[in-house]
Design a protein around this ligand. Structure first.
Ligand code: SIN
Length: 482
């Protein structure tokens, strides 16, 4: 089936495909070719309020369904995603740009969260607590938090939304989703397949358009009881303050500045392979990408020359073409930002060890390796979000830990060493929510994904992922003694 089958304009509100009240639309553009691939309803306050109203009505019945029934619907949704993996992947590459092989991987990755939470839906167990006095019993119920607003980014248009909707629905919540305006089509495809799988009208709504207006309505509404957001730390902070007025539950998956530490005793070939996977996945546009590559003196020369050879082999181009490993960035603005970071580093003394040839087109950036990078450069302090690998040397383990933790971020971190004692020491010392040891790709549905410090709070996936969508209710039952 061609991906055009899943091309939808409009917005999906309360189980209906509809237009914005004022009939305005905006284009969705393929970043590799500049071609317009669809036009989407330019929604705002009014449409958001409709979606929230539909969610409030739908949630009562959805949460009242036996968990096994909700699990069955989620399972059917997962199966439909897998059955349509190829067209969904092509749609994703068309709107986002990532290589088709990665897009196929993302569809399976998104579906894995739906499968996981279909299983977890049946295990939302409460507790019976031994009461301190004999005539009472204490019980803890777990209940859905209520209507959830999901705001998601353009870098993983399928998986970031799937891993929010799946636990929400498993818990018995209804959702109103605002995907990024750059990549709404994969979100609409998810909603269409959810409807086919039997998700009742109103349980999932998806709309895009006037981002600030939609955001204001979602954050100020008293009917929305939780907001879950993946995106930049700056926007996360704004949403947190906007949610304060209605005291909402929140989960924040925010930016990262991952250190990638290679010790003298590491398997250098494995470290280069791990770095290539971590750094160049999605052209470097992931929050968990290696951002600062710290290499110990004794292996620096070997590591950097092997890395350059590996980067030389990267093919840059339209993600639909065979063999492409690095696609375009999402926009020309993103290219300007990444080019600015390279310029800033070079002005402050960094050297370009390698700058590959890029495909033609305004959204492409050459894969670049920089060395002699230091803490005063923006490549070291900012989230790069592009195919740029900045290298710096270190001498001792203490120095590596100090540099690694010297950031406001705390999402992912990576370390390559064969010393088991060091693995424990450094794993415990790194101030990050996730640590990859001798591994560059660490995310999966069974593991808790999330950060500390200004990388946010809350965890997605794993046995902990449902907690963010559940309220605890304590019931004290008295008069038990005869
Ligand atoms: C992200 O960039 O935030 C998501 C990456 C992942 O799930 O591995």
């Amino acid at each position: 089936m061609a991906y055009e089958h899943f091309l939808r304009g409009g917005a999906f509100i309360g189980g209906q495909w509809s237009q914005a009240e004022d009939r305005t639309e905006f284009p969705v553009v393929n970043p590799a070719t500049g071609e317009e691939i669809a036009r989407v309803a330019n929604c705002g306050r009014q449409e958001t309020a409709q979606a929230i109203g539909a969610a409030v009505r739908a949630q009562r019945e959805w949460s009242a369904l036996p968990a096994k029934k909700r699990a069955g619907v989620l399972r059917a949704w997962h199966d439909l995603l897998i059955a349509n993996q190829e067209p969904l992947a092509r749609l994703l590459t068309a709107e986002q740009g990532k290589p088709l092989a990665e897009a196929r991987g993302e569809i399976a990755y998104g579906a894995s969260y739906i499968e996981w939470f279909a299983e977890e839906a049946k295990r939302i167990n409460g507790d019976v607590i031994p009461a301190p006095s004999g005539d009472k019993r204490a019980i803890c119920l777990k209940q859905p938090v209520g209507v959830v607003a999901c705001i998601t980014p353009w870098n993983f248009p399928n998986a970031m939304l799937a891993r929010k909707i799946a636990p929400a629905l498993a818990a018995g919540c209804a959702v109103v989703c605002k995907p990024a305006n750059e990549t709404p089509l994969s979100a609409f495809a998810l909603a269409a397949l959810a409807e086919d799988a039997g998700v009742p009208a109103g349980v999932i709504s998806v709309l895009c358009g006037r981002t600030e207006e939609i955001g204001r309505e979602l954050t100020s509404s008293k009917s929305v009881r939780k907001l879950t957001f993946t995106g930049s730390t700056a926007v996360g902070k704004k949403l947190m303050s906007d949610c304060a007025g209605s005291v909402k539950r929140m989960s924040m998956e925010l930016g990262g500045n991952a250190p990638f530490i290679v010790f003298d005793d590491a398997d250098i070939d494995a470290a280069v392979t791990g770095l290539m996977a971590s750094k160049f996945r999605n052209a470097g546009q992931t929050c968990v990408c290696a951002n600062r590559i710290l290499v110990q003196d004794g292996v620096y020369d070997e590591f950097s020359s092997k890395l350059v050879r590996a980067v030389q082999n990267l093919k840059v181009g339209d993600g639909m073409e065979d063999g492409v490993g690095v696609g375009p960035l999402i926009s020309e603005k993103a290219v300007e930002k990444v080019s600015g970071l390279i310029e800033d580093a070079c002005e402050k003394g960094a050297k370009v060890l390698y700058a590959g040839a890029s495909a033609s087109g305004p959204c492409f950036v050459n894969p670049t390796v920089l060395e002699d990078v230091s803490a005063d450069m923006r490549v070291f302090t900012d989230e790069i979000f592009g195919p740029v690998a900045p290298l710096a040397r270190f001498a001792t383990e203490d120095e590596a830990i100090r540099i690694a933790n010297d950031t406001d971020y705390g999402l992912a971190s990576y370390v390559y060493t064969r010393d088991m004692a060091r693995i424990w020491r450094i794993g415990e010392s790194l101030e990050y929510g996730m640590v990859g040891v001798n591994e560059g790709i660490i995310s999966n549905e069974a593991a808790p994904f999330g950060g500390v410090k200004e990388s946010g709070f809350g965890r997605e996936g794993s046995k902990y992922g449902l907690d963010d969508y559940l309220e605890l209710k304590y019931m004290c039952i008295g008069g038990i003694d005869k």
